[in-house]
Each structure stands twice: as structure tokens, then as C-alpha cells.
Design a protein around this ligand. Structure first.
Ligand SMILES: [Zn+2]
Length: 493
């Protein structure tokens, strides 16, 4: 019999969340239906999913190393994490420990296509919760129309005064400086260097690369705030002139490896293998004769002197080469068509099979029944502190369930169209390829004159294209240096 632990999380700030009890209930039912034995439960109360700073979550990840169970069962994937990067990392840890993440509500097949759809759902999830909370908290829109701040984290460069967002002049000056320098072509690391040298810090520490990129990518600084498909121009006073903002935006989309390089690189590193001796290839740092720091990739076999002669290769060079080759291939119209067609097929299946609404309806009936029983008890004169407390709990749960049902209905009503999936896929590919690379690329075998990128997935094969028969269906030759050409082969295994 397969075994599992349940992970449940509840953050009190959302009105649309399923209670811990509700989550456990649904997970237990799922386990029963699928003949899975539950060994333990991990619960984080009042914890947000936007980071992994959650005690029981950490304990669960750590315990997975004991390899005592097969699955982590969650009510929905967003319980596990709302942060794609962390989610990817933790899923990898679980996978290494032989543990698979299962969602009781989202019946997603464990295939590469299913995994891409999962990332699509994760991406769309936030959009939907934003959409719904707007519907539920109707007042919010009016608040926004008045230009009032609706709560949450206040953006760097702004202050709050009488519920209105105003410019924090000293921070705004730094924001403007960052934008201006970047639009002039100054590197982010040099902008940070300058700020640090001037003693300008963020929360007592030098500005992080990510922070600067996030500033450079935030449209609010140009005075525009988008929410739920609407544009509000009266919430954030403009700090950066529109032309500079547009210039920076164009530059950033040009520079694909900007913000996420650390993440992509981290993922690549674990997939690189030496073509000659089969040992992993890892990043090294060295200093050249003139004192310059050089980063490169070196075969571990050669490092441990196993006789391997694989030459070293510049770190950034190799990384950019591989990433751009993968992105280029996955952007190929025909490959894209195949992937999108597969995603549509799975989506069709999912909406047919989805047990979510049935489960929610069932739970609602049970809650109604429980409320009725308590009402009868009260009519019969049995009123204690416990009964009233229980009644209040049930009523809250009832309200929650109604919101959930509304959310699920809106989801199945608005099935993603071919065009929407295409758009999302294209964006994911350009803005955060690490997700797709992690799931789709199995390993990258590096030789001196060629690199084989091996995919996990058969979805890249287009059956009606004769040129792509066999395993090797794409290769790219790039100049490695004056005397040598490098062939990148992308194939499936
Ligand atoms: Zn080697």
C-alpha cells in the first residue's frame, strides 16, 4: 500500500480559503479513494504561501529524507507554495527523496504535459484569486477609483498619507537614478556598486540584484496600476517619466537572462554531464595571471584526475548558449503547436474529470446538516458555550464553501482558450524559462565540440513532420572560437 503525509496551510488573510479541517477532510477522502495510507499530517496556520518560511512545511521537507512515505498530499497545489521558484526547488528535493506531490483537488497526470499544465495553473492561480477577491470585496474597486490604497505591501519609493499613496522623495530619487542609469546601458551590478559606495542601502543592506530588477520592472513607477484587467492611473503618483520607463522595459525584455539568471543557472548546473567520462560538470572559480576572476565549468572527473581530458568552458558563455538554444527550439511554431494542442487535450480531460465541484457540494451538504442538528439542539434548550462556538464555526465554513464553489464555477466556465494557453506559454518561455527547462530538460551532455540537450518529453516530436523523425531533430551550430564550431543537439530520449 502506498503511503502519504498531508500538508495543509491556512492563511487568515484570504476570504476564499478552505479551512484546515476542510483541507484535511478532502485529502483524507482522496487517500481513501486511491487506497493511500496517511501516516502523518503537517499543518501551518496563518501562514502565507508566498515563501517557504513555514515551520511545518520545513519539517515536512526535512522528514521526506527519511524516505518513509511515497506522497505529500495537499488540498490544492497553492497550499504547497505560491512561489514558483521555491516550489520547483522543493519538488526537486521531494523527488530526490522518492516523494511525489499530489493534489486532491487538481487531478493532474504525472507526465511532462501534465507538469506544464500544472505550471500554467500555478501561473493562472494568482490571476484568479485576484479576480475573485475583487468580486468578493466589491468595495475595493470603489476604493481604488477614489485612488485610495487598498492594503498590502507598500512599494519602495512611496509613503502612505490619509489612505493615499504619496511619493517618498528620497527613495523616489534613487528609483529615478536606477532607471536613468539602466536606460543609459549601465549594468545593474555597477548601479548597485555606486549606490553602495554612496552608502545608499535598502533595509540596512546593499541593494540586491533582484530588488533592482523588480524596481526596473514595476509599471507602477510610471503611474500605471493594473488590476483585474483594469487600469488605474490615480493610485500611484508617477516617479519615472513614461519614455524612460518604456525604454527600460524594452531593454529588459531584450536582456532575457537578467533577473532570473541565478535560478536558471542553478537548475542547469544539476543537469550538466561530461560527454567523455560521464561525471557531473560543475562551476568553478579561478584567477587568471592578471588577477581577473574567471568562472568556468569543469568536469568533476577531470578535477579528481580520472584521466578525463574534457576542456573547461566559460560559465556565462555556456549558460547563455544552452538557454537560448532551448528557448529558440521551444518557440518553434510547430513545436509550440504540438505543446498547445496537448495542453488543450489535458485541460479538456481535467474539466471532465474534475471532482472539485462534487466534493465541495458534498461538503456543503454535510455542513448544512450539521448546522441543522445544532439548531435542533438549540430549539430543544441545549445551549452551551461549545454549541454556539461550533455553530459559528460551521457558519463560517459554510460561507467559505460558497465562495469556493463560486471560484470553481468561474474556473470551469472560463476554460483557457487556445490563444490564452499560447500566450501564457510564450510568456513563461521568455520571462521564466527556468520552470520549463527544469521540467522538460532531462540532462545536458557536454562534449568539446558538441552539446546534447536531452528532453524528458515526447511532446516535442511532431508526428507529421518527416524532417523530425528519429531522435535527433534539431541541431544548431555556433562558433565556439576561431577554430572550432560547436554543435548543439536537442533530442529526446
Ligand atoms: Zn569528464
Amino acid at each position: 500500500m502506498k503511503t502519504a503525509v498531508i500538508y495543509a496551510r491556512y492563511s487568515s488573510d484570504s476570504q476564499t480559503e478552505q479551512s484546515i479541517e476542510g483541507q484535511l477532510h478532502v485529502c483524507e477522502e482522496y487517500a481513501q479513494r486511491n487506497n493511500i495510507l496517511i501516516l502523518n499530517t503537517y499543518i501551518d496556520r496563518a501562514m502565507t504561501g508566498t515563501n517557504d518560511n513555514r515551520p511545518d512545511f520545513q519539517r515536512m521537507i526535512k522528514d521526506s529524507a527519511r524516505k518513509e512515505w511515497n506522497y505529500v498530499l495537499v488540498y490544492k497545489l497553492d497550499r504547497f507554495s505560491r512561489n514558483k521558484y521555491e516550489s520547483t526547488m522543493h519538488k526537486r528535493t521531494l523527488k530526490n527523496n522518492g516523494v511525489t506531490l499530489l493534489s486532491a483537488m487538481e487531478n493532474i497526470p504525472d507526465t511532462p504535459e501534465g507538469i506544464i499544465l500544472e505550471s500554467l495553473l500555478e501561473g493562472m492561480n494568482q490571476y484568479y484569486s485576484a479576480e475573485l477577491s475583487q468580486k468578493v470585496k466589491r468595495g475595493m474597486k470603489e476604493t481604488r477609483l477614489k485612488g485610495n490604497f487598498t492594503g498590502g505591501h507598500l512599494l519602495y519609493g512611496y509613503d502612505l498619507k490619509d489612505h493615499k499613496i504619496i511619493i517618498n522623495e528620497s527613495q523616489a530619487e534613487i528609483v529615478r537614478y536606477i532607471y536613468e542609469q539602466f536606460s543609459l546601458g549601465v549594468y545593474v551590478k555597477d548601479i548597485i556598486k555606486f549606490l553602495t559606495a554612496k552608502g545608499i542601502y535598502n533595509n540596512g543592506k546593499p541593494f540586491a540584484r533582484n530588488t533592482v530588477y523588480n524596481i526596473l520592472k514595476n509599471e507602477k513607477y510610471s503611474g500605471i496600476y493594473r488590476h483585474g484587467g483594469e487600469v488605474f492611473e490615480n493610485m500611484y503618483p508617477q516617479i519615472v517619466p513614461t519614455d524612460i520607463y518604456e525604454n527600460v522595459r524594452a531593454k529588459i525584455s531584450e536582456n532575457k537572462y537578467g533577473k532570473r539568471s541565478v535560478e536558471v543557472v542553478y537548475l542547469l548546473r544539476h543537469k550538466l554531464k561530461c560527454g567523455y567520462c560521464g561525471q557531473p560538470i560543475s562551476a568553478e572559480t579561478g584567477t587568471s595571471k592578471n588577477g581577473q576572476v574567471k568562472r568556468y565549468y569543469k568536469c568533476l572527473g577531470r578535477k579528481r584526475q580520472n584521466g578525463c581530458k574534457k576542456s573547461m568552458i566559460g560559465k556565462e558563455y555556456l549558460e547563455n548558449l544552452i538557454i537560448s538554444a532551448i528557448i529558440e527550439q521551444l518557440s518553434d511554431q510547430q513545436i509550440m503547436n504540438t505543446i498547445v494542442a496537448n495542453l488543450l487535450k489535458i485541460q479538456e480531460q481535467l474539466t471532465k474529470e474534475t471532482p472539485i465541484l462534487n466534493l465541495l457540494a458534498k461538503e456543503k451538504r454535510q455542513t448544512e446538516k450539521a448546522i441543522k442538528n445544532i439548531m435542533t439542539a438549540i430549539e430543544n434548550g441545549i445551549i452551551t458555550n461549545t454549541t454556539t462556538k461550533r455553530l459559528k464555526e460551521l457558519e463560517e465554513r459554510q460561507e467559505n464553501l460558497e465562495r469556493q464553489i463560486l471560484l470553481e464555477r468561474s474556473k470551469t466556465a472560463v476554460k483557457y482558450t487556445d490563444q490564452e494557453i499560447r500566450t501564457y506559454y510564450g510568456q513563461a518561455l521568455n520571462l521564466e524559462p527556468q520552470m520549463l527547462i527544469n521540467y522538460l530538460v532531462k540532462e545536458i551532455i557536454v562534449y568539446d565540440d558538441r552539446i546534447d540537450v536531452i528532453y524528458n518529453s515526447p511532446i516535442m516530436i511532431s508526428p507529421d513532420d518527416e524532417n523530425r523523425q528519429g531522435f535527433i531533430f534539431y541541431s544548431k551550430t555556433v562558433k565556439l572560437n576561431a577554430i572550432q564550431n560547436l554543435i548543439i543537439t536537442l533530442r529526446i530520449k
